[in-house]
Design a protein around this ligand. Structure first.
Ligand code: G1P
Length: 293
């Protein structure tokens, strides 16, 4: 039995940094080469053992969940035309896992968004994974390591990146203690978006959480924090203060931030360079383009 069955993906935001595109297309559906970021994140969740994805969405943002529904007419057309590669691509997302939605009516913060998914859980959900779709954590597999840590140490397990101090104010930051394992640290406090001088460390939350179900009770007891929002970080900090074990797995790999056009473009170029159809020509073009800049 996997450490969790349900993965929650908060996707209710307005995508203001991608306006005007996000007037019509949710940012989670923007393609990294040819595949929407949300499919990459759903694939990661499924590979780590999730069988259900709860997409927290806002009213009118149905296209994100729609993307995971089968498209029988399109599939039939592709089949008739013998386009087996395309057919496989089209069928990939609907076959990954079961997709449900939860609606967040008001943009009250990440903590509130996660809390909106409580009604989608069953009695079997002792822990849930939360994946922020803006964050690509590479190579994938962080959640599997986190699940192994929960199995051993219990409680909740998060993923940490070591971030340059001058960038730390954009993140939830951990106060950590060593455990004897360089890749696993005990978390004794967590603070959302501190000033660099107040940051307890340079270890920041990287958009992957494996949270004990106790988080839903904590989410009901927090008050607005950084930015006037109900912060997931504050609910985790509350659990820590109450003696709930929290650890982080320190991720030594790469990361892309799909949440802004600059980060999104880096991810797209990175993935395209690895793509057998587009990589070689793109690499050549980029070298020539940069030589002339
Ligand atoms: C959110 C979380 C923050 C975390 C970050 C990771 O912030 O609140 O704790 O470090 O994601 O990307 P946001 O980027 O939504 O401001």
């Amino acid at each position: 039995m996997s450490a969790f069955q349900t993965a929650i993906v908060p996707a209710a935001g307005l995508g203001t940094r991608f306006l005007p595109t996000t007037k019509a297309v949710p940012k989670e559906l923007l393609p990294v080469v040819d595949t929407p970021g949300i499919e990459l994140v759903a694939t990661e969740a499924a590979e780590a053992g999730a069988t259900k994805l709860v997409i927290v969405t806002s009213p009118g943002k149905d296209a994100v969940a729609e993307y995971f529904r089968p498209q029988p007419e399109l599939e039939a057309t592709l089949e008739e035309r013998g386009k087996t590669d395309l057919l496989a691509k089209v069928r990939r997302a609907p076959n990954l896992l079961t997709v449900e939605t939860a609606v967040q009516d008001k943009a009250l913060g990440l903590g509130h968004a996660v809390g909106c998914a409580e009604g989608n859980l069953t009695g079997a959900d002792e822990a849930v994974a939360v994946l922020l779709p803006d964050d690509l954590v590479l190579p994938t597999g962080a959640l599997k390591k986190m699940a192994a840590v929960r199995e051993k140490l219990g409680g909740s397990v998060l993923c940490a990146f070591d971030i340059p101090k001058e960038q730390i104010s954009a993140y939830g930051v951990f106060d950590v203690r060593d455990t004897g394992d360089d890749d696993v640290k005990q978390v004794v406090g967590m603070v959302e978006k501190p000033k660099p001088e107040d940051a307890p460390s340079t270890f920041a939350a990287a958009g992957r959480y494996l949270l004990d179900r106790a988080i839903f009770d904590a989410l009901k007891r927090i008050t607005p924090g950084a930015g006037g929002e109900l912060q997931l970080t504050d609910a985790i900090a509350l659990l820590i203060n109450e003696g709930h074990p929290v650890h982080v797995v320190v991720h030594r790999g790469g990361r892309h931030d799909l949440g802004n056009p600059g980060g999104f473009l880096k991810a797209a170029v990175d993935f395209a360079l690895e793509h057998p159809d587009y990589g070689p020509e793109l690499g050549e073009w980029l070298r020539a383009r940069l030589a002339n800049s």
